[in-house]
Design a protein. Structure first.
Length: 185
């Protein structure tokens, strides 16, 4: 994995606009990848950001870059918890929810790549996650996620995420370090 991938796929989280992003990277050695993750966390954790491997599968690692404090806040939303509770999640602490998500990711068959509730870990609005679970083909528009609720608000968020990614990639290409791009909140 490279810092460039972290910046490109994780810019909205680095900037504090989102709870988390997923990053899929090729890897050759699980041990080397874990060492890289530890080194990146040494830079990111002081900014309130963690990088966590969710799954190693077929030469790729699925990374979750996230802000634990944001995830814990999101989990306190009754609409979020209603979906997670219906899906069988037990504790409301972000660590127990992440462990359940990891268990589900590792048990997914090839027909379903991700458990549908994963959007709740990525700042997708609960009404959109619920809409996707109940009616995957009935969305209003598609951007970072499928929108079933407030289309106008979602389009604004998509635009802000895209603008953030453009700015962060330009800054990284100019030589700005990852530790400087990660905003402490």
């Amino acid at each position: 994995m490279s810092e460039k991938e972290i910046v490109y796929y994780g810019a909205p989280t680095l900037a504090g606009l989102k709870t988390g992003n997923l990053i899929s990277c090729a890897y050759e050695s699980k041990q080397k990848t874990m060492e890289e993750i530890r080194a990146l966390n040494d830079e990111l954790v002081p900014k309130g950001i963690c990088l966590y491997p969710l799954r190693f599968h077929k030469g790729r690692v699925l990374l979750y870059i996230f802000r634990p404090s944001f995830l814990q806040r999101d989990l306190m939303d009754s609409r979020v918890w209603e979906i997670l509770d219906a899906a069988g999640y037990a504790g409301k602490e972000y660590t127990s929810c992440m462990m359940e998500l990891i268990r589900r990711l590792r048990s997914c068959d090839s027909g379903q790549i991700f458990p549908h509730e994963i959007g709740l870990f990525l700042s997708y609005p609960p009404e959109d996650v619920k809409g996707f679970i109940e009616n995957p083909d009935g969305c209003k528009c598609v951007g970072t996620w499928k929108v079933y609720g407030d289309e106008q608000a979602a389009r604004k968020r998509f635009e802000s995420f895209n603008k953030c990614t453009d700015i962060y990639c330009k800054e990284w290409n100019r030589g700005t370090k990852l530790s400087k791009l990660a905003v402490k909140i």
